[in-house]
Design a protein. Structure first.
Length: 569
């Protein structure tokens, strides 16, 4: 039997990093919001300091919905399928993946918003890589800045500003775009190792600065400051120092009494009325089917599920899937989780047993267009980042830099016992562009337990991205060497399979022929349906996506509240 529920103002599908932020401005504006979340509430007691459980068995996401619909992947339309991961990286819970993410909380830099026009102006149109579908964003960093600011203060981000209103402060990132004010909290403190790396960067003429983190560096808004033990690198924080949305924006929205959260709600379609507008959603919960009518819907279920729900929601008006009459849903997909990092071996212990991935230093000299690309064979660049964090099992699985056999024999055991605390792997995030051939669609064969197709990723890194990767590794080797590393290993480039940093599939842009959503995040073809998350981002920048996705989500929600009549009439 299908239960038809009372209509509400807004339904948000997925209360994760982005949906959990969108709820707050809507609820504060006095709108009635229902958050439909496939997962459940987790509590600090769920967040055990247990490497096997968190990092290897993927608990609790391994027993959840995301694992039953892991996308398939092939490098191109005629390539065989890649091996399918058994554990999805993402989380089903109130707070979504912000519960167990690393909380590095970056803004994009100004260039990331205008790759086409700035590249053309500086180097000529011929420098846009062949086959790339990249467009300038329909908004600039300056337009997004007030929303970055809002989210940094409401979610709770610590860091050091490098550019307040054009005044450069070398204690922060001198390459960042202008911001209105300082972070709400000072940066997480550094370690001996990060200081050693910062000093080495200085010696090379590079500028190192503390990375921004959605983690309390001091007690704030009733939550503790960080204790730096690092068990949150794939787990939640048991003292709620991490600013996951389940402990930051969602409780604030609940306090308005305008947000109602329904957990265990698996949304299976977005429903369209006779007028071609969205009428609400259908979801499954506890064996029942519910229809929740709403004046507006915000889709916030992460890149793959956002695209899947759109493509599965077919109707007379949208026979190829919702908001897909221009064939843009699933296009402009990208991810920059290339894995071509660098691992260094140092001659002494570097005391990395304590610390967390958001406690690091970054270098942006080789990021974006911060350096002259005239003599290079690529555009874009890398944010080089090192941090202090080590777990026992991961340490025992270390590489041996060609010095002994790996994983067997007494030489190997001796090598590991001497060197377990002497290695560090840099996190090199790179600019990635969208290409014609990199797309998401519905898998024709593989289905979830409900019999619905999972997402199929057809995508791979192209020449521009591979060249940035090789350049980034060379620059990182110089940095590690300057810090005294005695051996280094480059890891090979991977491919664009299911990932935590997925972008596109419902890109934002003014042109409905090439974009799914408009500059406010609402579908060109369906004016009361918004999409939030990395889905709408047209470039990745060379840093993590979440703060940008959250700033865009706040902006979309605020736009809806301020234009309620025209969006829902
Ligand atoms: C280990 C790890 C480390 C990471 N570290 C960083 C980092 O340091 N910095 C950074 O910026 N990013 C990081 N990320 C990426 C970051 O987590 C994502 O960018 C972010 O969570 C995406 O936000 P989202 O709201 O789109 O998706 P999510 O946060 O995953 O939220 C989606 C929500 O939708 C719900 N949902 C899904 N399908 C349905 C459905 N059909 N019906 C109802 N609800 C549904 C899910 O249960 C979930 O709660 C990391 C990710 C992982 C896994
Ligand atoms: S290191 Fe900080 S954020 Fe991570 S679990 Fe510990 S207290 Fe929480």
């Amino acid at each position: 039997m299908t239960v038809r529920l009372k209509p509400t103002d807004v339904v948000i599908v997925g209360l994760g990093a982005a949906g959990g932020v969108a709820a707050l401005p809507l609820a504060r504006a006095g709108l009635d919001v229902i958050g439909l979340e496939a997962g459940e509430w987790l509590t600090p007691a769920d967040f055990a300091p247990d490497e096997i459980r968190n990092n290897y068995r993927g608990w609790p996401q391994s027993v959840q919905k995301a694992n039953q619909e892991v996308p398939t992947h092939r490098r191109n339309a005629s390539a065989p399928y890649s091996p399918r991961p058994t554990v999805a990286p993402m989380m089903n819970a109130v707070g979504g993946t912000s519960v167990h993410y690393w909380a590095q909380s970056w803004r994009l830099n100004p260039w990331d918003f205008k790759v086409v026009s700035e590249t053309t102006r500086r180097y000529g149109a011929g420098r846009i890589p062949t086959g790339s579908t990249v467009e300038d964003w329909p908004l600039t960093l300056e337009e997004l800045e007030p929303y970055y600011d809002k989210v940094e203060y409401e979610v709770g981000v610590s860091g050091k500003a490098g550019n307040i209103g054009g005044r450069i402060d070398p204690a922060g990132n001198i390459f960042e775009g202008p911001r209105a004010r300082e972070y709400p909290m000072p940066a997480l403190h550094g370690t001996e190792f990060t200081q050693m790396m910062a000093d080495a960067a200085k010696g090379l003429g590079l500028h190192a600065f503390p990375g921004p983190a959605a983690i309390n560096s001091v007690a704030r808004e009733g939550r503790a400051g960080c204790m730096y033990h690092g068990w949150c690198d794939r787990g939640g924080c048991h003292v709620s120092a991490k600013s996951s949305t389940n402990v930051s924006t969602i409780p604030k929205a609940l306090a308005t009494k305008r947000l109602r959260v329904t957990t265990g709600a698996n949304v299976i379609s977005i429903d369209v009325g006779k007028d071609g507008r969205v009428a609400g959603v259908t979801y499954l919960k506890g064996g029942e089917t519910y229809v929740q009518p709403a004046a507006a819907v915000i889709l916030a279920s992460y890149v793959y599920e956002n695209v899947r729900l759109l493509l599965l929601s077919k109707s007379r008006q949208f026979p190829k899937g919702l908001a897909n009459n221009h064939g843009q849903v699933g296009r402009h997909y990208m991810s920059h989780a290339q894995f071509d990092g660098v691992t260094a071996l140092f001659p002494e212990d570097i005391n990395n047993w304590y610390g967390l991935p958001a406690q690091g230093v970054g270098v942006d000299n080789w990021a974006d267009d911060n350096f002259d690309h005239a003599g290079r064979d690529f555009i874009g660049g890398t944010n080089m980042y090192v941090y202090s964090n080590r777990r026992p099992i991961a340490a025992a699985s270390m590489g041996t830099f060609g010095k002994t056999a790996r994983n067997w024999g007494s030489d190997w055991k001796k090598f590991v016992s001497t060197n377990a605390d002497r290695t560090n792997t840099a996190y090199l995030q790179k600019t990635t562009l969208p290409y014609d051939q990199n797309v998401l669609d519905l898998d024709p064969v593989v289905k979830d337990p409900l019999g619905q197709p999972v997402i199929r990723i057809t995508a791979d890194y192209q020449d521009n991205e591979k060249r940035i990767g090789a350049f980034a590794q060379d620059k990182m080797i110089e940095w590690f060497k300057a810090a005294g590393a005695i051996a280094m290993d480059k890891s090979p480039v991977g491919t664009m399979g299911p990932t935590t940093h997925a972008y596109g599939g419902a890109r934002m842009g003014d042109n409905p022929e090439t974009n799914v959503v408009d500059r406010w995040g609402f579908c060109h073809e369906v004016h009361n349906l918004a999409i939030v998350g990395g889905s709408v981002m047209g470039t990745s920048g060379s840093r993590n996506p979440t703060l940008t996705a959250q700033a865009l989500a706040w902006r979309t929600a605020q736009h809806l509240a301020e234009n309620w009549k025209s969006r829902t009439a």
